[in-house]
Design a protein around this ligand. Sequence first.
Ligand code: 1PR
Length: 558
Amino acid sequence: SRSTFPISVLDYGAGNILSLLNALTSLSYTNFKKITTAAEIREAECIIFPGVGAYSSAMESLESLEVVEALKEYVKADRPYFGICLGMQTLFESSEEGEGIVQGLGIIKGTVDKFKTTTASVPSIGWNTTTDRKTGTSPVPSGSMKYFVHSYRALPTSSNLSWVCTTTDYGGETYISSVENGNVFACQFHPEKSGTVGLSIIRSYLDRIREPNSTSSPRITTIKSLPLVPTSSVETLCKRVVVALDVRSNDSGDLVVTKGDQYDVRETKDHKEEGKAKVRNLGKPAELARKYAEGGADEISFLNITSFRSNVISDLPLVDLLKFCSERIFVPLTVGGGIRDILEDGNVYKAVEVADRYFRAGADKVSIGSDSVTASLKLIEKGYVKDGESSIEQISARYGVQAVVVSIDPKRVYVDEEGKVEAEKAGYTVRDVVDVEGERRMCWWQATVKGGRETRDIDAVKVAECVEQLGAGEIMLNCIDMDGQGNGYDLELMKAVTEAVGIPVIASSGAGGGEHFVEVFRETNVSAALAAGIFHRGEVKIDEVKDAMLAAGVVTRK
Ligand code: 1PR
């Protein structure tokens, strides 16, 4: 039965394997154990290798565990192997990810190199489709959307075509998104994060291995002769719809989802007196998160919005919340708030240690707000020389750039002609915008820290450029003026930042309905758009947003 079938999960220490274990549990494959030694590989009946992070550090870890040869022999002997992301990439001969060329296991011909695109964001993050390269039964359902996050890819060539199960198009390239040969299957996408489709891929592979004779359909036989270049110039990577849950304790100490107007989360309408207003309570975080995942959210972000306070370590309310959610929700989860070096009760905690706690609880990415502004100012002060100390550098070095999101919380600063000259002299990007009264004016976007409580002498565009250099993989771009207003995103801000960086940008703040998602995707190059208030108040459903996007020809997952 499923519950007794033994599964060995190769755990080389870096990646977040919790999501995979949660996925296996939800499929009733509960007889799994983590393995790390060559002896355990030789004895295994079925290995899953869920690699996350950098190729070079993964190979280094495999080498230091002295498992490289055992793993090669295991795969070459056609024993059951299911690789995910790096678990697929390491099957190839080498990668350019790292210093120089890093040798892989060399089972499949080809190298794993960085996307060559100049038009699309790298890393490629989000839901994309796959094209079948073989006929017969494959664990990968045709045409379905799966979740990808990677900067490196292997290309199909005549020498590896016998392995290629599916390909995917991105940035003008067609790359290998899954490989298959006998009992060996591996994929670039993350089935453990691809919702019900992803779970069905894991289940169908394991079911076949467990009961090889139970499927009546023939195994993959023929290789389709399809072109090895994109069949159309239209990108198939979906524009993501992200839901943010701003989480904090309310006045009675319960963890609630709240939502601000321009970051003010208290009900000032009812309680004018400062200090007496109640925190708005829009529901229980775990219930809402589940509802959104089932309702089609492509990603969910939890933000601890009171993290500027002390006691970050002794009071990590989101750790338990994440554990609970990651056992039940199989889409990417981001967590933010309080990720920085912390001095508490006489102990120093590095930002990466704080992040560790979240990754161990099931987070896929962490989001860094205030500390990324501080890090940007420091980078500029040091003449753009990195010292490896910032939270962004610490965390991306261990978990990879794709695991580090930077949340920018800027405020508009309106200027006249004279002010514009001053602002540009200071290096700020000034654009024409429409203000809340509908007047055309000029402004720049000043970075803030502590949830907008303090400003800093740097603008959002510069922060974006600096954090990209420091190793952020994605930017969540808020705008305090727009937050909670329902008037649409700050399009000029989105344009200014997407023009300045090559990493994906998530538009945030101001969505009032599906039309605003359509607008921001049509008029700017953002990769995702996030909303909070409209979903929490039940005004708009995720489905409705996606219908509006589809009707407007924006690629989305439905
Ligand atoms: O600075 O690293 O400790 O992180 C703190 C995090 O908490 C930052 O990501 C910051 O954006 C967030 N935060 C802090 N205070 C608030 C607040 O609202 N008082 N929330 C806050 C920011 C922004 C979005 C919001 C969108 C969409 N939330 O998550 O959900 O603006 O809202 P809308 O669709 O309703 O317009 P650190």
